[in-house]
Design a protein around this ligand. Structure first.
Ligand code: GAP
Length: 472
């Protein structure tokens, strides 16, 4: 399976389209089509249920635009930047670290191991933008577009999108599109704790859009400029961060398994370098077609975020125990996962091409998305075997009843085998065929996507059967 297979399926079947495609597309932005939006919603629902259907976590939906001081307090204005370099001939712009990493990869592919090792050692020791520049010039790293080695100096490029609030484009009116949802949670910590009568340990969960002006977008949904995050900040008494970090790293790992993702495609990656305020941090990575990449980060962030917002806003963000009068600024364990990056992981994990034997002895390649039944965009498809003899009416009756509980499809065109294949390709776990016997004895054929086994069941038992199998 390659990234092109996933891109082609996404476009062909209506999972994901390039944004503004008829105008040539907009880099780093994607639109979710009819099937994609269902899969994305199902992933977000699964996360929301796992995180908030419990007594110690509540939800929030903060605005995307926030007071500009928020981003000063969080450190994003000063530090949320990548090292950028431009090639003087092609004018192409790169992240300096990515340019170097790709050169290392290219050298390794050409078996130039000594040079690759030397660059890698220098990259591991980088401290400043000048260090990046020196590597690029000393090793004559060429521009992948023009092949030339004339470079500008390396500059910091802030990843936040800036816009202006109100009718006047004045620097005093500048606001940012949020680059993460987390800050909306921190600034509402006290509002939520007081109104929902929570006390540490407790969490606040949020799903929403974030925006980063990434220098290079690539690999489909992996690194985009507009994306969706699902973040939860868990506020805890200081001194309990070790046990809660362990708890959340296990919970989050188990969540990916609950989505049916093959554990061989997942791994844990503790951070080598910790931010100065962090006590611990670990990523969960997925094996994408281009290699391993982060899908979620679990971070033990001490009282850094609440502390900074107290300092910048002048408002106390503490928990005060009503009985003991003990007061403290809670520590935070953060779980931060991309909804759109999880979408891509789920799609890649489910994608399969397999050889299947037809009834007549011939074989063919079957494209199938082995999505967990609870995530599949369409849960069941209903087919009348022929478009006469009362079968469409009987099939439509089943369709109408099932669509009250599930997203269902109704397909009358082509041979039954072709209809099965169409549903396999988009991951529909159940197909129901209505035939002559249905009108006689009320039974239908229920076909399983993965085993391709068919069984005869009572039409009025189907809803319960599907419900049970989705939960499995
Ligand atoms: N509040 C912490 C935070 O935002 P992050 O590691 O920068 O941490 C969390 O982002 C998750 O958001 C990532 O693990 C990834 O799944 C997703 N994410 C971050 N940048 C992204 C981008 N440019 N495109 C798609 N998803 C992204």
């Amino acid at each position: 399976m390659t990234l092109d297979d996933i891109l082609s399926l996404s476009k062909r079947k209506g999972f994901v389209f390039q944004s503004s495609e008829i105008y040539g597309g907009l880099n780093g932005c994607w639109d979710f089509g009819p099937l994609g939006i269902e899969l994305l919603r199902n992933i977000k629902d699964a996360w929301w249920k796992a995180m908030t259907y419990r007594p110690d976590i509540v939800g929030l939906d903060a605005s995307i635009l926030m007071h500009p001081r928020v981003w000063e307090a969080s450190g994003h204005v000063q530090q949320f930047s990548d090292p950028m370099i431009d090639n003087k001939t092609s004018k192409a712009r790169y992240r300096a670290d990515n340019l170097i990493e790709e050169r290392i990869l290219a050298l390794r592919n050409k078996k130039k191991t000594a040079e690759a090792d030397a660059i890698e050692a220098r990259l591991a020791a980088v401290q400043t933008n000048e260090d990046y520049y020196n590597i690029i010039t000393e090793f004559a790293i060429p521009d992948p577009v023009s092949g030339t080695t004339e470079w500008t100096e390396v500059r910091n490029f802030n990843l936040m999108f800036k816009t202006f609030m109100g009718p006047v484009e004045d620097s005093g009116n500048a606001v940012y599109l949020r680059p993460e949802t987390a800050q909306g949670i921190f600034v509402n910590f006290k509002n939520v704790m007081d109104s929902a009568r929570m006390k540490p340990p407790f969490g606040i969960a949020q799903i929403g859009k974030s925006f980063r002006n990434e220098i290079n977008t690539k690999n489909f949904l992996f690194r985009t400029r507009e994306f969706e995050q699902m973040e939860m900040q868990f506020f805890i008494p200081p001194g309990t961060e070790g046990e809660w970090f362990e708890y959340w790293r296990q919970q989050r790992w188990d969540w990916f398994l609950s989505l049916g993702i093959n554990p061989e495609n997942l791994r844990r990656k503790p951070h080598d370098k910790l931010a100065h305020y962090a006590a611990a941090a670990e990523d969960i990575e997925f094996l994408y077609p281009f290699g391993w990449g982060e899908v979620e980060g679990i971070h033990s962030r001490t009282d850094f975020d609440l502390g900074r917002h107290q300092e910048f806003s002048g408002k106390k963000l503490e928990y005060v125990d009503t009985v003991s009068r003990e007061r403290y600024t809670p520590y935070v364990i953060e779980t931060a996962v991309g909804a759109t990056r999880t979408f891509m992981a789920v799609l890649c994990d489910a994608y399969a091409e397999e050889h299947v034997q037809n009834d007549d002895g011939t074989s063919e390649v079957r494209n199938v998305l082995r999505l967990h039944p609870s995530l599949a965009p369409v849960t069941a498809a209903i087919f009348p075997l022929v478009n006469k003899d009362g079968l469409p009416e009987a099939a439509m009756k089943i369709y109408t009843e099932l669509q009250r509980s599930f997203r269902v499809d109704y397909d009358t065109s082509g041979a039954i085998g072709r209809r099965y294949r169409r549903q396999d390709e988009v991951g529909t776990p159940f197909c129901i065929t209505v035939d002559g016997d249905t009108t006689a004895d009320g039974t239908v054929t229920l076909r399983d996507r993965d085993t391709m086994q068919q069984e005869r069941v009572q039409a009025d038992a189907i809803e319960e059967i599907i419900r049970r199998r989705i939960k499995r």
